[in-house]
Design a protein around this ligand. Structure first.
Ligand code: 8YV
Length: 354
């Protein structure tokens, strides 16, 4: 099936007099292109890579990350690399791969783990997985917000430990969304999807901030405000921005000190580095803010003796924003198709223009 797929492509190239692709196909029949996949991924993605018949696929066949030394060995001479958000793809990895490397496909919407400037310099194309994980991440954000605001982990723990002695009027009270003001930092694809899901809970005002106003904010009656206004007026502050030099460490002491003492802070952005975790710990410990829910931390995994884990008003999840079976399968298919398109120098379904 692979060979006939290749033959079909060659005929198509001859018909279109597409010399660049023809050279590539003759090259690839003589020397099969090599691809390294840095982790076990949903089989839907692997099937696409294997059935294409244009590359030899080698996989780090584990659910755990490939150790750095193995990564450096396994990338040698590859033409394509399919990586995870937890793999740091820097100059060292690119040098180890060498000049064959033409395409990297990341199984993530975020790309801060990749040395973008180096990819640009070396003419390496980059595929990623936007859109397909928007709904899953937005759903997880709502779940985390409600779990944090209504203190679900504490309640579950009390039931298990025998702390539930009776129904008590003042026990385990939290904060509700109805009539509240929600502030979203970064009303991009995921931020908008979060806002759309929160509005039906009876949210009164939806504030947002970012580099510039977004036309799609109308869909949620979003009010574009300066960051300070958002922090002072919001009952829930939801961070959903990309990790850039502007947002790195943005949520610090000064940031938390502007929030209401009854406010809940949620971070499902990329990544924990947007938050200064020492300052967050202090804000939560002294009651500067009411609670925090995080799906991302710095580092990941968060060491089990980290001070944030001692707090009952901090709910931490292990970066599971996109973790539904169907979303991960779709991400795997998209990243496989991005990789193949990069190998055959075709248009990628989702390419990040560098
Ligand atoms: C996260 C992500 O799960 O794909 C990525 O790059 O990190 C997202 O899917 C989300 O941002 C954290 O909740």
């Amino acid at each position: 099936a692979g060979a006939s797929g290749l033959a079909r492509r060659v005929i198509e190239c001859i018909r279109r007099l597409d010399v660049a692709h023809l050279e590539l196909f003759f090259f690839s029949t003589k020397h099969t292109m090599k691809v390294f996949v840095t982790r076990r991924i949903p089989q839907e993605g692997m099937a696409i890579l294997k059935q294409a018949g244009i590359c030899e696929v080698s996989v780090w066949d584990s659910d755990e990350p490939v150790p750095r030394s193995d990564l450096l060995k396994r990338v040698e001479g590859v033409h394509g690399l399919l990586c995870m958000l937890s793999d740091r793809i820097d100059t060292e990895v690119l040098d180890a791969a060498g000049p064959n490397l033409k395409v990297i496909s990341t199984l993530s919407v975020g790309f801060d783990h990749l040395a973008i400037d180096e990819l640009r310099k070396r003419g390496i194309r980059l595929g990623y997985t936007p859109d397909v994980l928007t709904d899953a991440t937005a759903e997880l954000t709502v779940a985390l917000l409600l779990a944090t605001a209504r203190r679900l982990p504490e309640g579950i723990q009390e039931v298990k430990s025998g702390g539930w002695s009776s129904w008590k009027p003042l026990w385990l009270c939290g904060y509700g969304l109805s009539g509240s003001t929600v502030g979203v930092l970064g009303l991009g694809r995921i931020g908008l999807a979060i806002a759309q899901r929160l509005k039906p809970f009876g949210v009164k005002r939806l504030l947002y901030t970012g580099r510039h106003p977004k036309p799609h904010a109308q869909e949620v009656d979003g009010e574009y405000v300066p960051l300070d206004t958002l922090l002072c007026e919001s009952d829930f502050v939801v961070v959903s921005c990309a990790l850039t030099p502007d947002t790195c460490g943005l949520c610090d002491k000064a940031f938390f000190s502007k929030m209401k003492t009854t406010a809940v802070f949620i971070n499902t952005s990329r990544l924990g580095a947007v938050v200064n975790q020492d300052d967050l710990f202090e804000a939560l410990s002294i009651g500067q803010i009411a609670a925090a829910g995080l799906d991302v931390t710095s580092p990941e995994p968060l060491p089990t003796d980290h001070p944030l884990l001692t707090l009952t008003n901090c709910v931490i999840l292990p970066h599971i924003g996109s973790a539904t079976y169907s979303t991960r399968a779709t991400m795997a298919k998209l990243s496989a198709n991005n990789l193949l398109a990069g190998l055959t120098r075709d248009a990628m379904p989702s390419e990040l223009k560098l």
